[in-house]
Ligand binder design. Structure first.
Ligand SMILES: Cc1cc2nc3c(=O)[nH]c(=O)nc-3n(C[C@H](O)[C@H](O)[C@H](O)COP(=O)(O)OP(=O)(O)OC[C@H]3O[C@@H](n4cnc5c(N)ncnc54)[C@H](O)[C@@H]3O)c2cc1C
Length: 382
């Protein structure tokens, strides 16, 4: 294997490049990125960068010297437009990059609602633009109360903005955490003065605010939509790669011979849970990319992680391991659900399938260490 191309210059792409070199790959290595920036970390975008407490440069883990030391040829500000699988080449407009191995780490694209003047938050440029707008303390409406929407609402409220959080589900983050924990998130936001407006959809956005299906009008100077993302696979249409909800890979992260995918764009069979998954979590992006890089070099090992994510809202840190099905039974493992610190287990058919900590990193770690990993007997039940 002499030439490896990585498409997507973010955390997964960076991790793949570092792993390839660490594992002894000495050939030609190219990292292609549509954004003009060096790889950077996205979690601070909705937190410190949005709040204006971190300069955007701080989220780049490495400067250009690191890539030079690694012998990585950076092609930034260049989007791959196609893959020619039989010809083993990535196409960048008028140029072809031949490869012996390919890793695709193109992440996801934010869904955009049909109205003008609605912001989204995915890139550092989005974050800087929004952060500048928040300095004027606008009345803010956030459409979509998943992780991202809830974090944007919390950051803006902490800065002093009047904030309304709008979502069709009965509770914020209900899809990710289930109804009981969703209700706890709603309480957290209301305690801090966010207006939580749930069980309603947006009818239209006007220059003055947001009209909802239940007949309300939310006055707003600034509207942010956080209504989910779709895998960045449009450029792969017709390539012959298996595309569904992301690039469909086997349990090694392989989508085709010598073609692997990692990070938010990858849907793969996770043997630990006996099911297909696609995660939009920071830790997974780095770990999956490292795993597929090793597999591309011949390791041939399944990637079977216990998913992990965190979210920071106000001064609350939410962390979770495993899966958190909305219909799971919730059992309290530490603290109190009405208090500021607790850990709950998500249980199905008598087995713990997930753990969630609320301001309780130490207790969560202890429980995680004692948590018997999913066994084949429980896999079929998750
Ligand atoms: C605001 C925000 C806050 C977050 N907070 C958290 C958090 O608190 N905790 C957590 O666990 N996770 C969080 N996440 C999720 C985490 O950041 C992602 O899981 C992670 O960034 C995924 O990395 P990735 O490399 O797979 O994809 P991405 O980071 O999406 O990077 C993909 C890159 O590929 C590029 N690209 C796309 N198409 C092409 C193409 N055709 N050619 C070339 N390049 C292309 C894109 O421009 C992009 O730079 C957050 C995400 C966001 C946006």
């Amino acid at each position: 294997m002499n030439r490896i191309v990585i498409v997507g210059a973010s955390i997964a792409g960076l991790s793949a490049a570092q792993t390839l070199r660490r594992e002894g790959f000495e050939g030609h290595l190219t990292l292609v990125g549509a954004e003009p920036h060096l790889p950077y970390d996205r979690p601070p975008l909705s937190k410190q960068v949005l709040a204006g407490t971190w300069e955007p440069e701080r989220i780049q883990p490495f400067d250009t010297g690191h890539y030079a030391d690694l012998g990585v040829h950076l092609r930034l500000g260049r989007a791959a437009t196609a893959v020619d699988l039989p010809g083993k080449a990535v196409v960048l407009d008028d140029e072809r990059l031949g490869y012996d191995g390919l890793i695709i780490a193109t992440g996801v694209c934010p869904r955009r609602p049909p109205w003008p003047h609605v912001h989204v938050l995915r890139t550092v440029d989005d974050a800087v633009r929004l952060s500048t707008a928040l300095r004027h303390l606008p009345r803010l409406a956030v459409i979509g109360a998943g992780f991202l929407g809830a974090e944007v609402a919390a950051t803006a409220r902490t800065l002093g903005c009047d904030v309304t959080l709008i979502d069709p589900a009965p509770q914020p983050m209900a899809r990710q955490l289930g109804p009981r924990l969703g209700a706890r998130v709603a309480r957290l936001h209301r305690e801090h003065g966010v207006i939580v407006h749930t069980t309603t959809n947006v009818l239209r956005v006007t220059p003055n605010g947001v009209e909802t299906h239940d007949g309300r009008f939310v006055q707003a100077d600034l509207v942010v939509a956080a209504i989910g993302c779709t895998p960045a696979t449009a450029w792969l249409a017709g390539s012959g790669l298996p595309l569904g909800d992301g690039i469909e890979c086997d349990d090694r992260g392989r989508a085709a011979p010598a073609v692997y995918a990692a990070g938010d764009v990858a849907s793969w069979h996770n043997p630990a849970f006996g099911t297909r998954m696609r995660l939009e979590h920071r830790l997974n992006a780095a770990e999956q990319a490292a795993a597929v890089a090793r597999n591309l070099l011949g390791a041939d090992r399944p990637y079977a992680p216990i998913p992990y994510f965190w979210s920071d809202q106000f001064t609350t840190k939410i962390q979770a391991y495993g899966i958190l099905p909305a219909d799971a039974e919730i059992t309290l493992e530490h603290g109190s659900l009405t208090g500021d610190r607790f850990v709950v287990a998500y249980r199905r058919h008598g087995h713990t399938v997930g753990l969630l900590g609320w301001n309780s990193p130490r207790e969560l770690r202890t429980l995680r260490a004692a948590w018997r990993p999913i066994t084949p007997a429980t896999r079929s039940m998750t």
